[in-house]
Design a protein around this ligand. Structure first.
Ligand code: FES
Length: 352
């Protein structure tokens, strides 16, 4: 229904609604300024039933937004992270991500659509010409701004359309709760996880390549072997997290060549077990010079002297590599005699 369909007697009294700077062309301004066209009343300006319909539509949109926000929170709490769902034409996707995206999108869309529909159908649509004037905060300008603000508040019919006002406040108040719920993802706190690895007294040292427990005879002088704790398998859940802390680098050096006393005490017949994780930014160390006993990190060339407690002799790493104390069990296999006595890897050093 347009204003053309309204009986003429219902239309507001005719008035000259054209406004703006209407100026004929002259020598200095060769183009005439036609001003603004006359104002056309909308159906909602004339028919209170149409205005009521618009009001209900706006309220419905804000209400749907509220429901969608509640749905977002409910989805976050109830849908398991590993549940998937088939959505045509995308295929299988995470049910949780799908539900969160849909509900959050719907909540935002309905707030926007409600506001736009409200502005287009119920707020004043009179076009106004605002003549340019000098930019200065004169008292009369401030007074005019306040007048305009009051006029805008009045024309938004916020006071009169209480249903819209209340549902809008409800939608806007509830929506930020989505962000509050997401704060839960910041936890849980790490606790002592960063201080401990899978190593403990009696855990066998297992060759990373063959998956076999290591004996001292498997390691010859000059060799470099990588090891992991017994029981940690590649297909285990959390393998990457655990191996990133527990990966070991084993070297065998003639005991007489080991300069650091504690390193010698914590070794077994010259077999030294150091963390494989560089103390600079955590790259796995993989290069070893058997003549100099230097281990080199390929990322930024930090160099550690494994014969001298893995002290840093070059590069940006700030700390020696942590050493694992090892021994041999009754069956002749290499075993850990405890966990590392300090956190492995980078940065955490400074916090620990
Ligand atoms: S990570 Fe090893 S030197 Fe940077």
């Amino acid at each position: 229904m347009s204003s053309q369909d309204i009986p003429e007697e219902n239309l507001p009294a005719a008035q000259d609604t054209s406004h703006g700077a209407v100026k004929p062309a002259d020598e200095q301004n060769p183009f005439a300024d036609p001003g603004l066209p006359p104002h056309e009343p909308r159906v909602q300006d004339i028919d209170e039933r149409a205005a009521k319909r618009s009001e209900r539509t706006v309220a419905l949109l804000f209400t749907v937004s509220m429901l969608a926000t509640v749905g977002f929170i409910a989805s976050y709490v109830t849908i398991p992270v590993d549940k998937s769902v088939y959505v045509w034409p995308i295929g299988h996707i995470s049910a949780l991500n799908f539900a969160l995206g849909m509900t959050l999108g719907l909540a935002l869309f309905c707030i926007g659509a409600g506001a736009v529909h409200w502005a287009r159908t119920l707020m004043s649509d009179h076009e106004l010409a605002d003549e340019r004037h000098p930019i200065e905060a004169a008292p009369d300008v401030r007074a005019k701004v306040m007048d305009d603000f009051r006029q805008g508040a009045k024309e938004s019919v916020l006071g009169r359309r209480k249903l819209i006002r209340n549902t809008m406040f409800g939608a806007l108040a509830l929506f930020p709760l989505s962000g509050v719920v997401l704060l839960r993802d910041l936890g849980p706190l790490p606790g002592t996880k960063l201080r401990h690895t899978l190593w403990s007294r009696g855990k066998l040292l297992v060759n990373m390549n063959t998956n076999e427990p290591l004996r001292p005879s498997d390691l010859i002088v000059g060799s470099l072997t990588f090891a992991k704790p017994e029981g940690l398998e590649e297909h285990d859940h959390g393998f990457q997290t655990e191996i990133a802390k527990a990966a070991l680098m084993l070297v065998r050096i003639k005991p007489d060549d080991i300069k650091d006393r504690r390193a010698l005490e914590w070794s077994h017949e010259g077999i030294l077990a150091y963390s494989k994780i560089c103390t600079h930014v955590g790259c796995p160390i993989s290069l070893y010079e058997q003549q100099t006993h230097h281990a080199l990190c390929p990322c930024h060339q930090s160099t550690f002297d494994l014969s001298d407690g893995a002290k840093v002799i070059f590069g940006p790493a700030g700390h020696p590599l942590p050493q694992l104390r090892i021994g041999v069990n009754d069956e002749g296999y290499l075993e850990a005699l405890g966990d590392f006595d300090e956190p492995v890897g980078p940065a955490f050093w400074e916090r620990g």
